[in-house]
Design a protein around this ligand. Sequence first.
Ligand SMILES: NC(=O)c1ccc[n+]([C@@H]2O[C@H](COP(=O)([O-])OP(=O)(O)OC[C@H]3O[C@@H](n4cnc5c(N)ncnc54)[C@H](OP(=O)(O)O)[C@@H]3O)[C@@H](O)[C@H]2O)c1
Length: 365
Amino acid sequence: MTIQRFVGRPDWYTTFNPETLAATGTPLRWGVVATGSIARTVTSDLALLEDAVLQSVSSRGQASAAAFAQDFGFAAHYFDGGPDGSAGAGYLQLVADPDVDVVYIATPHAQHYDIARAALENGKHVLCEKALTITAAEARTLIALAREKQLFLMEAVWARFVPGFQRALEIIESGEIGEVQWVRADLGFPAPLDDSARIWAPADGGGALLDISVYPLLWAWGTLGRPDSLHAAAKLTDLGVDAQNALSLSYANGAQAQLISYLGAQGPRTASVAGSLGYIETVGSVNNPKGLKISVGWDSERTEMFEYPGRGYTYQLREVTRCVQAGLTESATMPLDDSLAIMELFDEARRQMGVHYWNDTRTDI
Ligand SMILES: NC(=O)c1ccc[n+]([C@@H]2O[C@H](COP(=O)([O-])OP(=O)(O)OC[C@H]3O[C@@H](n4cnc5c(N)ncnc54)[C@H](OP(=O)(O)O)[C@@H]3O)[C@@H](O)[C@H]2O)c1
């Protein structure tokens, strides 16, 4: 059976993959932009890769740049203004660093476009946190620039690479659960409403859609492909970002997906994929399930559990490293056309939900 799923499971992939950390070629010199929560988590996984060099980090502030550099052993650190106050933004100094090969961008969504663009214009490869940008128009421009300059660019959807997700695709492709009929997935957490925090602030591209929905969507996109129609509904905050959204996807073959993302509930955070013969359910969160329950027919059931090094980010970091070492400009597992198509879907979801960002009307891209 052939399902519409991502092209090309990484060839280094095995279900339990202790080899993710082993060098696959010339060491890659990394520059990390921002010192926030995910920058810290991903950098601690990056440090596990044998062929990763922690070269530079940038921050808006001197103290945070210096502390981050010291904690992880970065060779250089940059901050807004530089030592004499005249050096410009820290990230601009980092992208000009000749000893940096690849830039990992870990700022809020609203800064992704400008920083990724500056990195590409300075000849750097880029791994950019999700959402790649705020609008499809921004994504389209970045992708065109990366292709024109023949540089690697990838949206950091690490959940595509983790063993639990890749194994689910493998099981589905084997035909064990039959033809996929529907997908249900949810992800979120209860976050105190604070309009100034990046997940809530309109100026930062806040809201559940851009922050979370890529993960539940992954399960529909991976098993059924790009949907033929979308219905989106949301609960908005007073400032107009989605505190919760429900995406309902339909496919020409009759398959359906129901996806919920939320910032105000404690939910199961699981995915189910139901086929004509059986179903798969995640054990643990949709973005990195620690196991899968596979149920076929009425009385056959088993659970597979997965182990992985670090916090689960090493797989995407290995993929970036392997691609750049091999001279590839994009990953077959997280292709740029998928990032763009997902941003287009999110643009349409926002249109239906009534969520608008300043980026929707920007003219400088
Ligand atoms: N892959 C994942 O599992 C995962 C998980 C969480 C978040 N994310 C993504 O990672 C990104 C950052 O999220 P986060 O949770 O790490 O946020 P965070 O903890 O708020 O950190 C973001 C960092 O970006 C910098 N920053 C903040 N505001 C900025 C601004 N206006 N201009 C430039 N830089 C600014 C700050 O670093 P400095 O002070 O050092 O400049 C800040 O610490 C988002 O795209 C988010 O969707 C991914």
